[in-house]
Design a protein around this ligand. Structure first.
Ligand code: RP5
Length: 160
């Protein structure tokens, strides 16, 4: 497992702190090698094409694309590759609702697996990527099972 199994791309550097850094941190917890890039569908389209060419060549297995406002990064990415794309809508002046709708409302044919807005979505996109990878990699499956067991134990039985 030398190559990056997951690629995290985000429309702006401003998507990193407080949001996508948690996606990377979560993947690290599972020992999943990943690449992290700032790539925008509208600001750096050439970068996106180059990234995807390399991703396919290097057999990347999941791409996580985060963007805010008129967030078309995940959709455009999904249209250019058959690698599964998870979309993270990031927060905005409209509290990320614009990002959510832009990411989730893909017309039929080109799917984007969209998660929640912001930090929760960033973490869940990593966990979903881990879950996808766990069907193929036994070591990742084992770590995911352990994580789920610990997770359940952390929930208090009573609210007081
Ligand atoms: C999107 O526009 C980015 O994903 C970011 O969430 C949003 C704002 O970008 P900046 O103006 O902060 O660079 O493309």
């Amino acid at each position: 497992m030398n190559n990056n199994l997951v690629g995290i791309i985000m429309g702006s550097k401003s998507d990193w702190k407080g949001t996508m850094e948690y996606c990377s941190e979560t993947l690290k917890q599972f020992g999943v090698k990943h690449d992290v890039r700032v790539i925008s569908a509208h600001r750096t389209p050439k970068r996106l094409h180059k990234f995807l060419k390399n991703a396919e060549k290097n057999k990347m297995e999941v791409i996580i694309a985060a963007a805010g406002m008129s967030a078309h990064l995940a959709g455009v990415t999904a249209s250019l590759t058959t690698i599964p794309v998870l979309g993270v809508p990031t927060e905005s002046k409209l509290k990320g609702l614009d990002s959510l709708l832009s990411t989730v409302q893909m017309p039929s044919g080109i799917p984007v697996g969209t998660v929640a807005i912001g930090k929760a979505g960033a973490i869940n996109s990593a966990l979903l990527a881990v879950s996808i990878l766990s069907t193929r990699y036994k070591n990742i499956h084992k770590k995911l099972k352990l994580f789920r067991n610990k997770f359940e134990k952390k929930v208090p039985k009573r609210p007081f």
